[in-house]
Design a binder for this molecule. Structure first.
Ligand code: PLP
Length: 394
C-alpha cells in the first residue's frame, strides 16, 4: 500500500527524465508532452538555462529569509514589472497563494475605504486553487462541498454576464474587486468575452474597484504574449501568476499597480519560502528565455499545427463540437464521451488531459516542434475516430 495520501487519481506511468516537449518513462519510452505538467513547463523540460540557473544558485546560496534583502527577488521583480507594466510584486510558492495574496490586496482596499465586509465578484466555473480562500473564490461546488464552511466575501455571477455586473454596480456599495481568469482553464478552456472584460475594466475604474486577473494558467508565454492580458489589451490592477513562471520550480507572484500598488504593507502578508533565491533564479532564466527569444510567438503556430493534424485525420468533422482557447490553452470539445481518452492517448504516448467534464485540454510547451504538434492533433483525431466507432456519444 502506498504511503502517499490518496488525493490524486494517477495514471499508470512515472517519468524518469524530460527533454523539451518529451518525457521518458522508467523503461526509456518517449512520450510527447502536450500538457506541460498542467501549464508549467512552458519552455520545455530540462531547459538548460533553468538547469544552469538552479545549479549555480544552489552552489551559492539556497535560503536566507525575507527578513533580509534577496537580490534574486529584486532582479526578478524588476524584470517582471518592466515586461508587464505592473509596478511591484509579492512572491509566493504557488498559484493558490498568488490568489490568496490578490484576495488580501482586494480586501485591504475595501478596509482602507471603511468597508467592513468587502465583497469580491467571482465567476461560475472559476478555479483559483485549493487553499480555503482560493477554494472559496472557486466556482465548483463539487470540490467545495466537503470543506464547508467556505470563506464569505465572494459574490458569484455567471461567466460573461455583463447585466449581473451592472446590477451589482448599481445596487451594492461593498464591492472591492472583480477577480477572474481571463481564460478559465480547469472548467474546460473558456476565454472570457472581450466585452465582459472591457465592461469589468470600466466599472472598476468608475466604482474604485480593483480588476484582478488570475493568470496562473494563461500566463508566462502560453497564450501568445508574456501574459494574456497584454494580448487582450485590458490591464488588470492585480495580476496573479505561478505555474510556468518557474518552469517547474515552485514560485508564484502577485503583481500590482496603480491603486493596488501600496495596499499591503509591512506585517500584512508573508511567507517563509516565497521569493527564495533558487526559485527566483529559475524564474529569471524563464522570463529571460521567453522574452529574448520571443518564444510566445510560437504559440499560435503550434496551435495551428495541432488543428491541422486533427482536421487531416478526423473521419467526420462533426466529431468536434467546439474548439476554444487562445494560443496554447486549447480546448477541444468532442461529440463523443472522453471517458477513456486520456488513457488511450497515454497508450499512444501522448500526454493530454480532459477538463470541465468532456473537453480535451491541451497545454503544450512553446518549444514543441510543428511535426509533433501535428502528431498530437492526429492522435486525438485517431482516438475520436475509434471512440465514434465504439458509439460513445457525449
Ligand atoms: C487559474 C488557476 N489558478 C490557480 C491555480 C492553483 O495553482 P496551484 O496548484 O499552484 O496552487 C490553478 C491550478 O490549476 C489554476 O489553473
Amino acid at each position: 500500500m502506498s504511503a502517499i495520501m490518496p488525493t490524486y487519481g494517477r495514471l499508470p506511468v512515472s517519468f524518469a527524465s524530460g527533454d523539451g516537449a518529451y518525457l521518458f518513462d522508467q523503461k526509456g519510452l518517449q512520450y510527447i508532452d502536450a500538457l506541460s505538467g498542467i501549464a508549467v513547463t512552458n519552455i520545455g523540460h530540462s531547459h538548460p538555462n533553468v538547469t544552469r540557473a538552479v545549479q549555480e544558485q544552489a552552489e551559492t546560496l539556497i535560503h536566507t529569509s525575507n527578513l533580509y534583502g534577496i537580490a534574486q527577488q529584486e532582479r526578478l521583480a524588476a524584470e517582471l514589472t518592466q515586461l508587464t507594466g505592473m509596478e511591484n510584486v509579492f512572491f509566493c510558492n504557488s498559484g493558490a497563494e498568488a490568489n490568496e495574496t490578490a484576495i488580501k490586496v482586494a480586501r485591504r482596499h475595501g478596509r482602507n475605504k471603511g468597508i467592513e465586509t468587502p465583497q469580491i465578484i467571482v465567476l461560475e466555473g472559476a478555479f483559483h486553487g485549493r487553499t480555503m480562500g482560493a477554494l472559496s473564490a472557486t466556482g465548483n461546488a463539487a470540490i467545495q462541498e466537503s470543506f464547508k464552511p467556505l470563506l464569505p466575501g465572494f459574490i458569484r455571477i455567471a461567466r460573461n454576464d455583463i447585466d449581473a455586473l451592472e446590477l451589482l454596480a448599481k445596487n451594492r456599495d461593498d464591492i472591492v474587486a472583480i477577480h477572474v481568469e481571463p481564460i478559465q482553464g480547469e472548467s474546460g478552456i473558456w476565454p472570457l468575452s472581450p466585452s465582459f472584460l472591457t465592461r469589468a475594466r470600466e466599472l472598476c475604474d468608475a466604482k474604485d474597484w480593483l480588476l484582478s486577473f488570475d493568470e496562473v494558467q494563461s500566463g508566462n508565454g502560453r497564450c501568445g504574449e508574456l501574459y494574456v492580458f497584454q494580448r487582450l489589451g485590458i490591464t488588470p490592477d492585480i495580476l496573479a501568476t505561478a505555474k510556468g513562471l518557474g518552469n517547474g520550480l515552485p514560485i508564484g507572484a502577485c503583481m500590482t499597480r496603480d491603486r493596488a500598488r501600496e495596499l499591503l504593507i509591512a506585517g500584512d502578508h508573508g511567507t517563509t519560502y516565497g521569493g527564495n533565491p533558487i526559485c527566483c533564479a529559475a524564474a529569471s532564466a524563464v522570463i529571460n528565455t521567453l522574452s529574448s527569444e520571443q518564444l510566445w510567438n510560437r504559440a499560435d503556430k503550434i496551435r495551428d499545427a495541432i488543428f491541422e493534424g486533427l482536421d487531416a485525420e478526423l473521419s467526420d468533422p462533426a466529431l468536434v463540437r467546439d474548439r476554444r482557447g487562445i494560443g496554447l490553452m486549447i480546448g477541444i470539445e468532442p461529440t463523443v464521451a472522453t471517458t477513456n481518452l486520456v488513457k488511450m492517448a497515454l497508450d499512444r504516448r501522448v500526454l493530454v488531459n480532459v477538463a470541465g467534464g468532456n473537453t480535451i485540454r491541451l497545454l503544450p510547451p512553446l518549444v514543441m516542434n510543428l511535426d509533433d504538434a501535428r502528431m498530437v492533433g492526429a492522435t486525438i483525431a485517431d482516438i475520436l475516430n475509434a471512440l465514434k466507432d465504439d458509439k460513445g456519444q457525449a
